[in-house]
Each structure stands twice: as structure tokens, then as C-alpha cells.
Design a protein around this ligand. Structure first.
Ligand code: PMV
Length: 333
């Protein structure tokens, strides 16, 4: 959307947008090699880039501490290029487990790649690898490729420690973390269209993903037999995934609710999440927390999005409605 301003400002050279994500199945168990399933949501982050006298983000100077993702991508694609002003907008709430930082990396990566190589289209494999690196760089070396791949690819993304016989395998990702080398097999599928919605309920409570992951690690160390619960989440994730492929949304919802009961037993829910889940359940096919838990968001699968959304708001949450399987990163005209 190149623009010309009557105020004599430079025109915008590129605009790119990327979706947030929501985990349908398998959070926490994915840390132990089980499959996890994420969908790209309708809510997006948009970045526009305009020539300027110095690098800036929404009016403040580009700073490697404040904007680690953007600085890393700038150094890769536009190190020698003239400076740009970045403007970021969108409707993905920040720090609530909906993948806003990966959406930032994938939209900024696509925009900068376009400026560096206008003749080339979006290379999704390369861009998602780079967005994953930017995530890991910004998170002390720990990040699964889930958020980056879902934001870049769109649709539904499945992660596992081995190739799963479902969807289309697209690539392998590896990362050396402070705990050692990790490998993920990444798959993609496009869900069948239906009159079905996700309603996300934000508790407004911020919980740290690393603390939640550490809490599960401690629980498993204290009682190794609880690894059965992790395997049970994997079994339900595979069942939910098979139902998703078949377009059997009643079975998808059922698997989501079962997944939630296991997450609650693991100790990663919270009173605020339980309140929103109870409120959304009567009008939904399935309900669960999504992401690390302890706060953040829950998700409901429903054919009555308005009713579910109102129930969540009445119970004190903020709600967002999304269809399943939205488009990945794109350049805007
Ligand atoms: O809250 P989020 O969206 O960052 O999801 C965390 C998912 C976990 O499985 C809890 C952690 C992980 O690294 O996969």
C-alpha cells in the first residue's frame, strides 16, 4: 500500500502482515516430544516501512535491547541499506500466548526480504527459519518453531519429535538450547471449511512460560510416573488431529476438553482460566486453556461465537473471535 503524503513525507515502500496463533492441542507435552497442533488466527500484526533519516520503530529509535527481533532481521537483510521508519499496528494482544512476537518477526522479515530482494517471492522455509532464530535470539536461546512456523505458513501447523502420518511434512528445525540440541519435525494441513469458530478468552493475567514449563518439569521429577499424563496428552492430540483432518469438529471439541482436563491435573491452569472455561463451555463443542497456562488465554471451539464471546466477557475476560486456518505472512498491496 504505497502512500504519498501531502506533508512531503516519503512514501511507504512495503507493507507486510502476519497472523497470531493459538495452540489447539499438546502444549507442555510437546516439550517432551509429543505432537502439538497450532492454528493461525484471524488477528494479525502489520508492519509498514518508510524511508527515514534514522532507523526507528513507532517513533522511537531502533534499539537492540528493546527490539531484538527487528534489529537481528535488519542486520541480516538491510545492514547496508538506507534507514527506515517502521510502523507496527494490529489486533493481536501482546504477551498473552497468541504469538504476537513471532508475528512481528515474520511480518518484519517478509517486508525486509522484499526490500532486499524485490524480484523474489516469499521463501516460507527460509523466512520461518529466520523468524524462529529471531524468537530464540530474543528468548535467551529457548523457543520452539511453533509460533514462527504457524505465523509464516498459516493454516494448521503440527510439531513433533518425529514425522507424523498426518498432514504434509514440510521441514525439520533444530536449535541448540541451553539444555542441548533439540529437533522438531514440522507439518502443515489446511482444515476443512465449516461454520465453526474459535473464541479466545484473555484472562489479562500474565504468566511466564518458562516458569510454567519449569513447574511441569519439577512435577515430573518428583513423580516420574506422571510421564503417563504427558503420553495421554500426546494420544489425545493425535486423536484431535485426526478429527480435524476429517472435519469432525464435534470430536475435535471433545478432544480439546479432554486435553484441558489433563492440563489442569498437571497444575498449569489457574482460577481465572477455569472461570472463563466454565462460562464458555455450555455454548461450545470444546474448551481448554491455550499456551503455557497460569494466566494468558483459553480457547473455545464453537458454532455460536457471539454467545460464547458474550459469556466470556460476562465472566470478566476479553474475547476475540477467529475462524480456523487463516493465511500466513503476506505482502499487502
Ligand atoms: O504460551 P505460549 O504460546 O508461549 O506456549 C507455550 C507452549 C509450551 O508447550 C508450554 C512451551 C513450549 O516451548 O512448547
Amino acid at each position: 500500500m504505497p502512500t504519498h503524503s501531502s506533508m512531503g513525507e516519503e512514501s511507504t515502500l512495503v507493507v507486510a502482515s502476519a497472523p497470531g496463533k493459538c495452540i489447539l492441542f499438546g502444549e507442555h507435552a510437546v516439550v517432551y516430544g509429543q505432537p502439538a497442533v497450532a492454528v493461525a488466527i484471524e488477528q494479525r500484526l502489520t508492519v509498514s516501512m518508510t524511508p527515514a533519516t534514522s532507523w526507528s520503530v513507532d517513533g522511537s529509535a531502533l534499539d537492540a535491547n528493546k527490539h531484538p527481533h527487528i534489529t537481528m532481521l535488519r542486520d541480516i537483510w538491510l545492514n547496508e541499506a538506507p534507514p527506515m521508519a517502521l510502523h507496527i499496528s494490529g489486533d493481536i494482544p501482546r504477551a498473552s500466548g497468541l504469538g504476537s512476537s513471532a508475528a512481528l518477526s515474520s511480518a518484519v522479515g517478509a517486508a525486509m526480504h522484499h526490500l532486499a530482494h524485490p524480484e523474489k517471492g516469499i521463501d516460507r522455509d527460509g523466512l520461518s527459519a529466520l523468524a524462529h532464530r529471531a524468537e530464540a535470539h530474543a528468548q535467551g536461546g529457548r523457543a520452539s518453531p511453533m509460533d514462527a512456523s504457524t505465523s509464516v505458513e498459516g493454516g494448521v501447523v503440527v510439531l513433533s519429535d518425529h514425522k507424523e502420518p498426518i498432514g504434509k511434512w514440510i521441514y525439520t528445525r533444530q536449535l541448540t538450547t541451553p539444555e542441548g540440541k533439540r529437533t522438531w519435525e514440522v507439518h502443515k494441513l489446511t482444515p476443512q471449511q465449516d461454520d465453526i469458530y474459535l473464541v479466545l478468552g484473555n484472562t489479562g493475567v500474565h504468566a511466564s512460560t518458562s516458569k510454567q514449563v519449569a513447574m511441569v518439569a519439577d512435577a515430573l521429577a518428583a513423580d516420574p510416573s506422571r510421564m503417563n499424563e504427558i503420553h495421554a496428552i500426546g494420544t489425545i492430540a493425535r486423536r484431535g488431529l485426526a478429527a480435524l483432518v476429517q472435519g469432525d469438529y464435534e470430536a475435535v471439541g471433545h478432544a480439546m476438553s479432554e486435553n484441558h482436563l489433563l492440563l489442569r491435573n498437571l497444575g498449569v491452569s489457574s482460577p481465572e482460566l477455569e472461570t472463563l472455561i466454565r462460562a464458555a463451555a455450555p455454548s461450545s463443542l470444546g474448551v481448554k486453556l491455550t499456551g503455557a497456562g497460569g494466566g494468558g488465554c483459553m480457547v473455545a471451539l464453537t458454532r455460536e461465537p457471539k454467545q460464547t464471546s458474550e459469556a466470556i466477557e460476562l465472566a470478566g475476560g476479553r474475547s476475540l473471535i477467529s475462524r480456523l486456518g487463516n493465511e500466513g505472512v503476506r505482502l499487502e498491496p
